[in-house]
Design a protein around this ligand. Structure first.
Ligand code: F6P
Length: 357
């Protein structure tokens, strides 16, 4: 039986996308030999809407294990707009289904994060054979203990924090590192512990600025402090607000991110020089770590197994340390947050890391 497989990468990129694509492709060529054709869809769902597809050769999947980014390109096509007809008058769901049909696809593999999985589920309910693969440096996809890209980003963020120690020490300063993660604080939590941060601030644990300042003052005799702050962090007052209300409040106050506000408030409260470091998209770039290359390969192989069993409507996942899958409908629309009683939070607290709660 011939199989024609479409693959796309959607949302923000991360290290390990190419390693996963390679894993799927290699396993499919092993399993199905001549009976498989792979179609690369460019720029995520945007490419699926606009029929931007290219016929792939087996050799196209060689030499990409170590490369960052994605050979197919990616784009953010927000889920909330998927069923909305905009100015271009395009019915996006209809267009995606038309491309699937036109390309004679037997199934579609979507590599992405939470938004990608929501659209994958929508397409699955529309009758397409879809398999999702969990990508994000944020590690916030429900139902999987780990996503590919996360551990490479932890390594990079840890390196950033490591490098802040000596300069913070030399100047006797407080250094605040802003780590990506708008909703969930996994990356900040892991890199904060690995990098020896003194304070960790994450969206799941709203902070009290007085407590953070107090912790910096307690470290006075050491002369410096390192604070790892997730980009989406907010304080206890903002925690009581709805998302829109919080955005309005921030705009009125002229606050861009929690990090810049924390830094200026800490400087005022402690009288110590405070600086902000934003590694930003550096955390999404570069070659995947050995861990992520292995994980990506395992996830890719699982997707090929699902295809061989014609098992669709699933999202590949790591469950109890085994590669498995969850129904897409269970994953879609959920976010895996850091629980306040998470073991990693406890571990951090046990060694005196302050969360400001
Ligand atoms: O979801 C991954 C992520 O890197 C988040 O941590 C971050 O908030 C966001 O993407 C940034 O997105 P963009 O690259 O579109 O600015």
């Amino acid at each position: 039986m011939k199989r024609r497989i479409g693959i796309l990468t959607s949302g923000g990129d991360c290290p390990g996308l190419n390693a996963t694509i390679r894993g799927v492709a290699k396993a499919c060529y092993e399993k199905f030999g001549e009976d498989v054709e792979i179609v690369g869809i460019e720029d995520g769902y945007f490419g699926l809407i606009n029929n931007m597809c290219k016929e792939m050769k087996q050799s196209d999947f060689s030499g990409i294990l170590t490369t960052g980014g994605t050979i197919f390109g990616t784009k953010r096509t927000p889920f909330k707009k998927m069923q909305v007809i905009e100015e271009d008058n395009v019915d996006k769901v209809k267009a995606m289904k038309a491309t699937y049909k036109k390309q004679k696809l037997d199934c579609l593999l979507t590599l992405g994060g939470n938004g990608t999985h929501k659209t994958a589920n929508l397409l699955s309910t529309e009758g397409l054979n879809v398999i999702g693969l969990p990508k994000t440096i944020d590690n916030d996809i429900w139902g999987t203990s780990v996503t590919f890209g996360f551990h490479t980003a932890v390594d990079t963020a840890t390196d950033v924090i490591d490098r802040l120690h000596s300069t913070a020490n030399s100047h006797g300063r407080i250094l605040v590192a802003e780590i990506m993660g708008n909703k969930a604080g996994w990356l900040t939590l892991y890199a904060g512990i690995a990098g020896g941060a003194d304070m960790i601030v994450i969206p799941e644990i709203p902070y009290d600025i007085e407590k953070l300042a107090e912790a910096c003052e307690k470290r006075e005799q050491k002369g410096f402090s390192i604070m790892a702050v997730a980009e989406g962090a907010f304080d206890k007052t903002e925690a009581k607000m709805k998302k829109k209300e919080r955005a309005k409040f921030r705009a009125e106050q002229g606050i861009s991110t929690a990090t810049s506000r924390i830094a200026s408030q800490i400087e005022q409260l402690t009288g110590r020089e405070t600086r902000v470091c934003v590694p930003g998209h550096m955390l999404r770039g570069g070659s995947p770590s050995a861990y992520d290359r292995v994980l990506a390969t395992k996830f890719g192989v699982r997707a090929a197994e699902l295809i061989s069993k014609d098992k669709y409507g699933y999202a590949v996942a790591m469950i109890n340390e085994k590669v498995s899958e969850n129904p897409l409908e269970e994953v879609a629309g959920k976010t895996k947050f850091v629980p306040a009683d998470d073991q990693m939070v406890k571990t951090a607290k046990e060694i005196g890391i302050v969360f400001g709660d």
